[in-house]
Design a protein around this ligand. Structure first.
Ligand code: GLU
Length: 527
């Protein structure tokens, strides 16, 4: 067991995520948020959201909003944050300048940081030089010893500057709760820039001040921040403040064990929402990015995770991002929904693709997650025909087993709502017959004609899947002489216009007698 966990008393945990709102709310951040949230929940602690927007040029309100919206959609709730406040606010770094100023002035006064007036050209030349002799790139220390007068003169002359940390050259060691002792030589980074001016710290310094001010007890963040930790520890030492405990989560890798592609790294969690993944799918998926319960159990809700998640079971090696697993999980959650609920979730996609038009209260779309559905009637856009919610439920039910994400539903069921189906006679013919196409086509035409006659005899009142199946299977056995596909394949193509679909009997039942016969006639005409 992780040593530190033994000492935790309920209620004392304070963890945070500290995203910079400079891009979409991506999987990596969502995973860090979930792990912090679960850790806090387990020990009745607090989970805090802090927006690190010190880079005003790159920070955008829209990304901050997206982070909040994404977390809410996932059901990850924070107790303190920019929207709800808290005892240690403000929770947006751009609003904490007064706080930073106190600390930066103190560091300056105590000689821990210094003014650096080097120009970008000078810094670049030094960088090139270090690279040419294969040395780590770090500041030369040129402005370290400037006299007070020189600094004053430069400032008065309006020279631009940054504030650098007088890094002590030494070995910095810290304990990562997962990885044990980690050592780093501070020479590698040297005198880093810690602030742009007296009230604008850069990431490392702002982070140290905020984590201290906000009484953060544990920092759980991605492995990519391991190199920042020694810098933050030295800064905390200079400020004479206590550091939190650290745990760095494993990198998220693609299936070839390489770094996740940029596309997947920056893909917004809200894109997954748009694609028709459920929040419960995402939570379940995110939990396994670096954690597993040590059993075969694969399905976890947020609530069960709160009970069963433990930092102890986090792995050190990279966590594999497996899109097939994501689809599989979503399929599971799709199958576990009632057909009423599933239909409700599918409706916005069908309406957006303009297959159906709701008959009233369009303004209710898209319905909020879990909203009660009140629209009972729809019109098929192409035919103007009216259909009920119940009818749609039956159509969608045909695909509940195989649906992987909600956005796939329009293309799976659009043939129910199309006036004309677009398919070739080659598709009607199928692939496997080696005979002359003309001979096969003639046979198929005949078979479809027989199917049509068989169906014509069924009274509308008996137009039920079971009856259709009985009559058509009988016909297919007789005609196909052991190969039922000779009737059923072209029949299915005639009704759907596609290579793969649900079975022909269920489809025929839902299309109704008139449309079924009409589609068979059209297929016959093609041949
Ligand atoms: N603003 C940093 C980021 O977005 C926060 C890192 C940290 O958790 O300290 O990566």
């Amino acid at each position: 067991m992780i040593e530190e966990l033994k000492l935790i008393r309920p209620g004392e945990i304070r963890v945070r995520i500290a995203p910079s709102p400079t891009g979409p709310f991506h999987i990596g951040l969502a995973r860090t948020a979930l792990f912090n949230y679960l850790f806090a929940q387990k020990y009745q602690g607090s989970f805090i959201l802090r927006i690190e927007d010190t880079n005003i040029k790159r920070s955008k309100k829209r990304w901050e909003n997206e982070i909040l919206e994404g977390l809410k959609w996932l059901g990850i709730e924070w107790q303190e944050g920019p929207d709800c406040g808290g005892s240690y606010g403000p929770y947006r770094q751009s609003e904490r300048k007064e706080i930073y100023k106190k600390y930066i002035e103190k560091l300056l006064k105590e000689g821990e940081i210094y003014y650096c007036f080097c120009t970008p050209e000078e810094l670049e030349a030094h960088r090139q030089y270090l690279m040419s002799i294969s040395q780590p790139v770090r500041y030369s220390g040129k402005c370290r010893e400037l006299s007070d007068q020189e600094v004053k003169r430069n400032l008065a002359g309006g020279k631009s500057y940054v504030l650098r940390f007088k890094t002590l050259l030494k070995k910095v060691s810290f304990k990562d709760m997962l990885r044990g002792k980690i050592d780093c030589q501070s020479e590698i980074f040297g005198d880093i820039v810690v602030a742009k001016d007296i009230s604008t710290p850069l990431y490392n310094l702002a982070c140290v001040i905020d984590d201290y001010e906000m009484k953060i007890t544990h920092i759980i963040r991605g492995e990519d921040h391991i190199s920042n930790t020694p810098k933050q520890i030295l800064l905390a030492e200079a400020l004479k403040i206590k550091t939190p405990k650290y745990l760095h989560l494993p990198l998220i890798l693609d299936q070839d064990r390489a770094k996740l592609s940029k596309r997947d790294r920056i893909k917004s969690v809200l894109e997954y929402k748009k694609d028709g993944f459920f929040p419960e799918t995402m939570i379940n998926f995110l939990a396994f990015l670096g954690w597993n319960p040590g059993t075969q159990k694969e399905i976890f809700s947020l609530n069960t995770l709160v009970q069963e998640f433990s930092l102890d079971k986090i792995q050190k090696s990279g966590a594999e991002f497996n899109p097939q697993k994501l689809d599989w999980l979503n399929g599971f959650y799709i199958r576990s929904k009632s057909i009423e609920k599933l239909t409700e979730f599918c409706l916005p996609y069908l309406i957006e693709k303009q297959l159906i038009i709701p008959q009233f209260k369009t303004e209710q779309y898209p319905p909020a997650y879990g909203a009660e559905i009140i629209i009972q009637k729809f019109k098929i856009k192409e035919t103007g025909e009216e259909i009920s919610l119940n009818y749609l439920q039956k159509v969608i039910a045909l695909y509940q087993e195989r649906l992987k994400k909600l956005s796939e539903i329009p293309e799976l069921i659009d043939f129910f709502f199309q006036k004309e189906l677009d398919y070739s006679k080659e598709l009607l013919r199928g692939m496997s017959d080696a005979r002359q196409p003309e001979i096969v086509e003639k046979e198929i035409k005949n078979n479809l004609d027989k199917a049509k006659k068989t169906l014509q005899k069924i009274k509308p009142g008996n137009w039920k899947k079971e009856n259709l199946e009985k009559s058509l299977l009988k016909l297919a056995e007789e005609v196909g002489k052991g190969d039922r596909g000779k009737v059923l394949w072209p029949l299915r193509v005639a009704l759907t216009g596609r290579e793969a679909s649900a079975g022909p009997f269920e489809i025929a039942e839902l299309l109704g007698k008139e449309k079924t016969l009409e589609r068979i006639k059209k297929a016959i005409k093609k041949l």
